[in-house]
Design a protein around this ligand. Structure first.
Ligand code: AMP
Length: 381
């Protein structure tokens, strides 16, 4: 079987690695120049995009910001999974909010801004603590601005005045005083079966994910049910096939959807060591019409992103239950270079391994690691 993935970064690489034992070949598309590449070496293969689409049994994406003409070509082949509507929704916050509203899924109060003058109305309606997001092409905190009080409004309007809001509207969102951020990764088969991974607890710093812990501690049946219900509504709405990630803010006993990602997701990387079947294998299984694998967690996991550095010590590999996954990239500020998966039998044990791991890492690049370890150390289970 042959799979063609749009996008040639680390997610395509990890899907490739998961597909090999299943006897499935994965090629990737470099969407910047439409070339077909090897997902590991990134070497350009001697095949055109049209030929690769023809040869593939299934097409999928590793990120949602695939140019629309390429997506339309993929959709026209009848082999794209998930389909174009789900992918476009993940790439556009206006569409995303509209889908969430139409499915009655709780999300943060917001307004769509197509003219900068509307920002005054948004402040009147939503309050003076806002997060403003570009509706398209923003990720990892890029394309976002914060308003922390009316006094900043004039300045912010000036900054935003240069943008073409007719072409790319903004979403003004009420700043949610959340207790924590959670995500639910699940997978839906071509027959409509759904399997859910346990909720992950995600720690962000400057808009980027730094640490995920799964299963998230202190999950009540009520939270679990809300997360699954939101996932199911979305997956069924799109007749979704493959892995879908839904990110939430937890406020008390309520979950609000922050955003959805129509693909394998950074907050599911823990599943490579921590679950019976990884999210990457399950995505490949789903789109290849194979039975889905068990999504149960075998252990408690932490996933620690390596961001913007490569000066860690490889002696960390000497730690038990510690696994390194590098993406083969050169260092750049804020660039995800790889991740480390840790597993343990209890949160307290996990905290201990995290603290030991810190000795091998340049701590200025891991600002969340030790505070999270301290928090986990307090949990009795
Ligand atoms: P996003 O790109 O929408 O995932 O936003 C990146 C990060 O910014 C999130 O993971 C949150 O930590 C924070 N954030 C985004 N939207 C809000 C909001 N409405 N209220 C509070 N924090 C937010």
């Amino acid at each position: 079987m042959n799979v063609l993935i749009y996008g040639s970064g680390q997610l395509a690489q990890m899907m490739y690695l998961a597909a090999v034992p299943l006897g499935i070949q994965v090629k990737a598309v470099d969407v910047a120049n439409h070339s077909v590449v090897d997902p590991i070496s990134k070497q350009v293969l001697n095949i055109t995009l049209s030929e690769a689409i023809e040869q593939a049994d299934t097409l999928s994406v590793e990120f949602e910001h695939v140019p629309e003409d390429l997506l339309a070509q993929a959709q026209a082949s009848g082999k794209l999974m998930p389909g174009m509507e789900a992918i476009l929704t993940g790439a556009d916050r206006v569409r995303e909010k509209q889908v969430l509203q139409s499915l009655n899924i709780a999300n943060s109060a917001h307004a769509i801004i197509t003219d900068i003058a509307q920002l005054d109305d948004s402040v009147a309606k939503l309050g003076e603590h806002l997060i403003i997001k570009a509706s398209r092409d923003g990720y990892d905190g890029y394309g976002q601005w914060r308003l922390s009080g009316k006094a900043q409004l004039a300045d912010l309007k000036q900054q935003l005045a240069e943008l073409d809001l007719q072409a790319v509207p903004l979403i003004a969102e009420q700043l949610v005083p959340f207790d924590r951020e959670l995500s639910l990764i699940g997978v839906r088969s071509q027959q409509g079966d759904i399997r859910y991974y346990p909720l992950a607890d995600n720690l962000h710093h400057q808009g980027q994910l730094h640490v995920s812990v799964a299963p998230a501690p202190h999950i009540t049946d009520e939270l679990q049910a809300q997360a699954k219900s939101a996932f199911k509504k979305l997956a069924e709405h799109f007749d979704y096939v493959g892995v879908l990630a839904v990110e939430f803010f937890q406020v008390g006993n309520t979950l609000l959807v922050n955003e959805i990602a129509p693909r394998v997701h950074n907050s599911g990387h823990w599943s490579m060591q921590g679950a019976d079947t990884s999210q990457f294998e399950n995505h490949i299984r789903a789109i290849s019409d194979l039975p889905l694998g068990n999504t149960q967690a075998n252990t408690i996991s932490a996933m620690i992103n390596i961001i913007g550095c490569d000066d860690y010590s490889l002696d960390l590999l000497g730690l038990d239950h510690c696994h390194l996954h590098l993406y083969g990239k050169s260092v750049r500020a804020k660039r995800k270079m790889g991740h480390i998966n840790l597993t343990a039998d209890s949160y307290a044990d996990l905290a201990e391994v995290m603290t030991t791991l810190a000795k091998f890492l340049p701590m200025e690049h891991f600002p969340k690691l030790l505070s999270e370890a301290d928090k986990l150390a307090q949990i009795n289970s």
